[in-house]
Design a binder for this molecule. Sequence first.
Ligand code: SAJ
Length: 420
Amino acid sequence: MKLCTIGLGYIGLPSSAMFADHGTEVVGVDIDPQIVNLLNTGTIHIEEPGLEDVIKRVVANGKFRATLTPERADVFLIAVPTPNLNDTYKSCDLKYVISAVNNMLPFLEKGNVVIVESTIAPRTMDDHVRPLIEAAGFTIGEDIYVVHCPERVLPGQILHELIHNNRIVGGLTPACAEAGAAVYETFVQGEIVRTDAKTAEMSKLMENTFRDVNIALANELTQVCHQLEINVLDVIEMANMHPRVNLHHPGPGVGGHCLAVDPYFIVAKAPSLARIIHTARQTNVQMPQFVAEQAARLVGSRVRPKIAVFGVTYKGNVDDMRESPAVEVIEQLLDRGLDVAVCDPHVERSISTRFELVDELEAIQGADLALVLVDHDEFKQFDSRRLANYMRTPLLFDTKGIVNELDAVKVLNFGNLHTH
Ligand code: SAJ
């Protein structure tokens, strides 16, 4: 089997690596020549544990190579971004998916399987992809097998989850679903469930929406408890002792290219009905403002206060800053005219033009508050003497609930913020 992957990002690259490592001949296509060149030397452009080792192996044994244009293959796998459009409800921008399908069409032959893994709005396969392939003269389900197989892997543990997660394969016809499932059987050990395309699209969106709504509930509860002077972390721990309750963790907001993006695709398709989903998004979007307000309050009495921020990525142990709530908190602190110094051991250079990253020592020097915005492993153990020695005020605000009590530094979190 030969597979042509279009889009070598966070999903296309690890998926290509898995197929190649299980014997499939893979050619990966990306529009960025730098990424293509880098990959062909066995070096990767994203942070994902274990991935570079696999890429090195499959480049060396000739099972994987990267290139700039699609070519003939048995299977085409589209894994390009689907950002939000800048319209009222931030609907799904299909331009990269449409362009990937159009770029692939000249190479499509009878018997091929076309897989879209990109997260897409409900009905995209039926209303947008199907017409393009039919217009090229193919009968779907007879000549060409077209499926949506949403990716569901968690950044940070992609390689494990690619193999062990269950997969949903939604075909435009039952024969399509069958052909798509056979492709994944080459390496997937989880269950492969066959369904239709629109069910697969909506299931994927609802997984991330479920999480977003539940985090919004935790974030709303945090603000309610803060006002009522109740320890929210204790409340969550105790409520979760009930066998059917699973409150999520509050935080500085919700980021990444999935949870902060996908729920809008549902809202945009049915705005007057998807009210809980929309409100949850608004609650999570507003969370950085609450954090910035609290941080500003904590340093309010100091002359020319300085805040040392720990973490800019959208979550712990990744280098990805897309939709990061930490960036939003920092921007809001800067808007308030505060002196902010940011450090993050997982990021080399900031994408924001408004602040630079410094090393930890420079960040804490003379600081009045250490503000933890990301749960990187490195931030779980602070040297409290070192913090106390270099900071002007030994105070830490941990928005992720990961820092234990420190002897020389006062640690605040969402649970005890109201006490200070
Ligand atoms: N977060 C909280 N509280 C929590 C859990 C997460 O504030 O209790 C925040 C994180 O800090 C982060 C955001 O939510 O800012 C998203 O992080 P995440 O770890 O929940 O999810 P992602 O975006 O890294 O990956 C999700 C996963 N979806 C689900 O768990 C349902 C993954 O399986 C999907 O493949 C991925 O989205 C995707 O690509 O859609």
